[in-house]
Design a protein around this ligand. Structure first.
Ligand SMILES: NC(=O)C1=CN([C@@H]2O[C@H](COP(=O)(O)OP(=O)(O)OC[C@H]3O[C@@H](n4cnc5c(N)ncnc54)[C@H](O)[C@@H]3O)[C@@H](O)[C@H]2O)[C@@H](O)CC1
Ligand SMILES: [K+]
Length: 519
């Protein structure tokens, strides 16, 4: 499991070590230089003679970049530090200067090469004025180390001279080619704790993060700015509970309901599916495909798409009966009052009798005021905005997309449900601070019906662990993250690197589960 921690927790973990004189910044800078060295060898064949540009802000994040730059300069790299603040980390600046790195102040009066303690070899301002000089430097760099802002960022993008550097770097990259960008601890400008990415935000290829990952490296939309994430152990002892977690391959086997030797179809879990309608029979078929692919004991289908479901899946039992979990609402048309009544009844049963339930699409507006955490909502951003508006919040889809965690959390707080917010990175929020961010899916998975398959997979897992999911209110969140992981992996497996239809994703689920539970 990949765990991330809020800046306050990271600072609290650093404090005793710093008080004891542990050289945390040296450890961070050493690891950063090692990773930058790997990148330089990959793009230039060697570190000696390579061109490295440091973006340096006012704080310790800039200190990390300067110390790492000094190490690279001692290995023969040509290092130029662009100083975006009047005062930067003194020790780091001294180290870079001693290693014959170049410094260049940028900002209102720069670049002018007059950085304090600089070695006098200021960058020449060729290339069309100072903006042109900076652009030329960035364009000619092999690697840029982004040390503008770390966990001291107050969010909303990088402001001031650093923001201008972020914009200049973005222009260089947009023009094609450009340097490999390595973010120091976090891409500068992201909301480190909440994953927002408004304003000037560095787009990195690699983020080298210290002590533990930060939530913004996992959460959308900021996660996209992080590129690959390398976590460096600098000796911190962090709390047991992470801020945001991400399930990985090794986590699936413990969570998945693998049948024991004495299993029979009822003990494995029966899933009731109230989905589809005359207008949308396909949603019913796809939900059931996802559930069967995930290995549920039995599916009972209730609704008007029985013939289509049976034609695709003769193993399904059509009609009501006892179930251990539900999938509700996928493809239920707003004017299909008969099917909506069935969804209402199933939701009430799920709440009253302790049966986990997935409330998708057409079930979201039928939700009782408060539900237990074993009811899992699976909206996309637009549906979540509608749900919040129905409860009095003035929220548009774009607001949800800009701050997915905050809005998923709000929906959990208002309803009590576990909330799985679908997206390129899927965010899950449950009670007691349970938060997951799963980035397993290829962009190709954004296709009609994919959400129906996800609902079916999640329903199968909830049916298989029905009693556990009711007894432990944080478990539905973990199982929802697990379903997102399997769903994303199935999309990759169905057609690596290419387009997928939802039915192909469902067909790939059994193989993905086999690989995960055997891992
Ligand atoms: N505390 C330690 O000993 C360690 C710290 N480390 C590094 O230090 C970083 C944290 O350093 P700091 O606490 O100094 O904070 P930062 O270096 O993240 O930046 C803080 C500075 O940025 C300014 N600032 C905040 N938000 C801004 C915005 N949106 N636009 C422009 N300027 C803004 C603040 O006024 C402040 O001067 C970590 O991310 C990590 O890189 C590592 O070296 C590991 C050890
Ligand atoms: K940074």
């Amino acid at each position: 499991m990949l765990l991330s921690f809020d800046p306050d927790d990271v600072r609290a973990a650093e404090r005793p070590l710093l008080a004891a004189g542990v050289p945390l910044m040296d450890r961070a800078a050493f690891a950063l230089a090692v990773h930058a060295g790997h990148v330089l060898r990959a793009v230039r064949g060697r570190v000696g003679g390579a061109h490295v540009v440091l973006l340096v802000g006012a704080g310790n994040n800039g200190g990390d970049a300067l110390h790492a730059g000094a190490r690279l300069a001692r290995r023969g790299a040509r290092v130029t530090a662009l100083l975006a603040a009047p005062q930067v980390h003194a020790g780091g600046l001294a180290a870079l200067t001693a290693a014959h790195g170049r410094t260049l102040r940028v900002g209102a009066d720069g670049p002018d090469g007059d950085a304090p303690a600089g070695d006098g070899r200021a960058a020449d301002a060729s290339g069309g004025g100072r903006g042109g000089a900076v652009a030329d430097l960035l364009a000619s760099a092999d690697v840029v180390l982004d040390g503008l802002l770390g966990i001291g960022a107050r969010g909303g993008g990088v402001r001031g001279a650093g923001g201008e550097l972020v914009d200049a770097l973005a222009r260089v990259r947009a023009a094609g080619g450009g340097p490999v960008v390595v973010a120091v601890d976090v891409p500068s400008g992201i909301g480190v704790a909440d994953g927002t990415a408004a304003g000037a935000v560095v787009r990195a290829d690699l983020t080298v993060t210290f002590g533990a990952a930060k939530p913004g490296l996992l959460l959308p939309p900021a996660a996209e700015a992080a590129g690959a994430v390398e976590t460096v152990d600098i000796g911190l002892t962090l709390p047991a509970r992470p801020a945001v977690a991400r399930l990985e391959t090794g986590d699936a086997a413990d969570l998945w309901p693998v049948p024991g030797g004495s299993a029979q179809k009822y003990s494995r879990g029966v899933l009731g599916v109230v989905a589809g309608s005359g207008a949308y029979p396909g949603a019913a078929v796809l939900s059931v495909s996802g559930a069967l692919g995930a290995g549920v004991g039995m599916v009972r289908y209730v609704g008007g798409a029985g013939p289509q479901v049976l034609a695709a899946h003769p193993e399904v039992v059509v009609g009501e009966g006892r179930v251990q979990a539900w999938v509700l609402g996928s493809g239920v048309a707003p004017d299909d009052e008969t099917q909506r009544d069935r969804v209402r009844a199933a939701l009430a049963h799920a709440v009253d009798h302790g049966e986990p339930a997935v409330a998708d699409a057409g079930a979201l507006d039928l939700l009782p005021e408060r539900v237990p955490a074993h009811v899992v909502l699976t909206p996309h951003a637009g549906e979540l905005a509608t749900l919040l508006r129905a409860r009095g919040d003035d929220v548009a889809r774009a607001d949800v997309e800009a701050a997915p965690l905050a809005h998923a959390r709000r929906a959990h707080d208002l309803t009590g449900a576990t909330v799985l917010l679908k997206g390129a990175v899927t965010v899950v929020v449950g009670p007691h601070g349970a938060v997951y961010a799963q980035g397993d899916a290829p962009a190709w998975l954004a296709t009609a019906g994919a959400g129906d398959v996800l609902g079916g997979v999640l329903g199968a897992v909830l049916a298989g662990r029905s009693a556990d999911a009711v007894a432990d209110p944080t478990l539905p969140a973990a199982l929802a993250a697990l379903a997102a992981l399997v769903h994303g992996r199935a999309a990759h497996a169905a057609n690596p690197g290419g387009p997928v239809a939802a039915s192909a994703v469902a067909a790939a689920v059994p193989g993905v589960v086999r690989a995960l539970v055997g891992a």
